[in-house]
Design a protein around this ligand. Structure first.
Ligand SMILES: Cc1ncc(COP(=O)(O)O)c(C=O)c1O
Length: 400
């Protein structure tokens, strides 16, 4: 029997990333040598002291339900982290913990959107932003931010797209897939526009806040414009910084009535996040960031290697990432060319399919709302990144 599905679920789709990943698995099982540059998670292991804290928590009996907005000790640690790392002061009542940043974002839209409400989504975007909006009855309003503007939203574009129905603007920095980071001046300019439209809430996704290159310190819109704090939801978590994607812990901080409503949504879906995951996240926030220096240096080295090799390829234009896990590449120059087997390359999906045949898996820009581009992950071994650069150069060189 084929079950009739809700219209709500039909508005969203399985992530393109998951699809790309399963294609890699299939090909590898068939014996092919594929470099997987699709992943959005660190290749590093969760630090040992964090794992130890989780073992200790289990031994001490932290195996029961947790309060829906999160264990108090973890919320206090997040409060302290925000004060020390981000120079932002929040009351405890403004802090909510969930099963990953993804659930925080979902809960925020579930708690605030009515049918037809608009959410401004700068493009390229992380695909869960628009799908989470759609699932919750809202309408994503896409704002194309191309190469010439460094894939960053311009204040004029923001002004043009705000309507009476706009509920949220999403800002993600360092960006997935672009790696773009807004400068202080750019944040000032966006803040000026937002001040003119007090009905617009701001969702700041800063999950990659500590993965920044060239010595850039974390910088949030809220440091530049603290007056926007009371209508912003700051989203963060341990997934990327502490190599803890599988532990599923994220946080949101924002206006008290919003975070309380988000906890109500969560109380009817998953309840409080895992007791063990929260104990591990507590150790992460209490343990400092020293271990990360080496990892960020590794990401930066891989970025440099990949950017250098792709910049030399005719037909590709590379946006040098300033943070995050990805290199985003424009491939308009390859369209209309022919592969050695005669097939014509018409779009970024054709480019990605061709590169997969040549042994490199990436994800087409269409998955992030911007074509013709493709995304490559640098959260994988340095040798694989270097070899991927070589394979792409050879493959592109064979196009006619
Ligand atoms: C921009 C962005 N936000 C949120 C998430 C979700 O993070 P979490 O693992 O904490 O749910 C991701 C994961 O890929 C991401 O890239």
């Amino acid at each position: 029997m084929t079950v009739r599905l809700s219209t709500r679920v039909q508005r969203v789709s399985l992530s393109a990333n998951a699809a790309a990943k399963s294609r890699v698995t299939q090909l590898r099982e068939a014996g092919r040598d594929i470099l997987d540059l699709t992943t959005g998670e660190p290749d590093f292991d969760t630090p040992q002291h964090i794992k130890q804290a989780a073992y200790a928590a289990i031994a001490a009996g932290a195996t029961k339900y947790t309060p829906t907005p999160g264990v108090k000790a973890l919320r206090l640690a997040v409060q302290r982290k925000l004060a020390q790392e981000n120079r932002l002061e929040y009351p405890l009542s403004s802090i909510v913990i969930a099963n990953g940043a993804k659930q925080i974002i979902f809960n925020a839209f579930a708690a605030t959107l009515d049918d037809g409400d608009e959410v401004l989504v700068p493009t390229p975007y992380w695909p869960s932003f628009p799908d989470s909006v759609r699932f919750n009855g809202g309408e994503p309003v896409f704002i194309e931010c191309g190469l010439e503007q460094g894939c960053k939203l311009l204040p004029t574009q923001l002004e043009q797209h705000i309507t009476e129905r706009t509920r949220w603007l999403i800002l993600n920095g360092p960006g997935n897939p672009s790696g773009a980071v807004y400068s202080e001046a750019e944040l000032h300019a966006l803040a000026d526009v937002l001040r003119r439209h007090p009905h617009v809430l701001i969702l700041l996704d800063e999950l990659y806040e500590h993965i920044r290159f060239d010595g850039r310190p974390p910088q949030s819109l809220l440091n530049i414009a603290p007056d926007l704090l009371d209508r912003s939801l700051l989203v963060g978590g341990v997934s990327k910084t502490y190599a803890m994607t599988g532990w599923r812990i994220g946080f949101g901080v924002g206006p008290k009535n919003l975070t309380e409503a988000m906890a109500v949504v969560q109380s009817q879906s998953t309840s409080g996040a895992s007791s063990v995951g929260q104990a591990a996240a507590l150790a992460a926030y209490n343990g400092g960031l020293d271990f990360l220096v080496e990892q960020v240096a590794a990401y930066q080295l891989r970025r440099d290697i990949l950017v250098k090799s792709l910049e030399a390829v005719e037909g590709l234009e590379v946006l040098e990432p300033q943070g995050g896990f990805f290199v985003f590449v424009r491939c308009a120059g390859l369209l209309g060319r022919h592969r050695p087997d005669g097939l014509r390359i018409d779009n970024d999906e054709d480019v990605v399919a061709w590169l997969l045949e040549e042994g490199v898996a990436g994800v087409a820009g269409s998955a992030y709302g911007l074509s013709p581009w493709f995304r490559l992950s640098i959260a994988t071994a340095t040798e694989s990144v270097a070899e991927a650069g070589r394979r792409i150069a050879t493959a592109c060189g064979s196009l006619r």
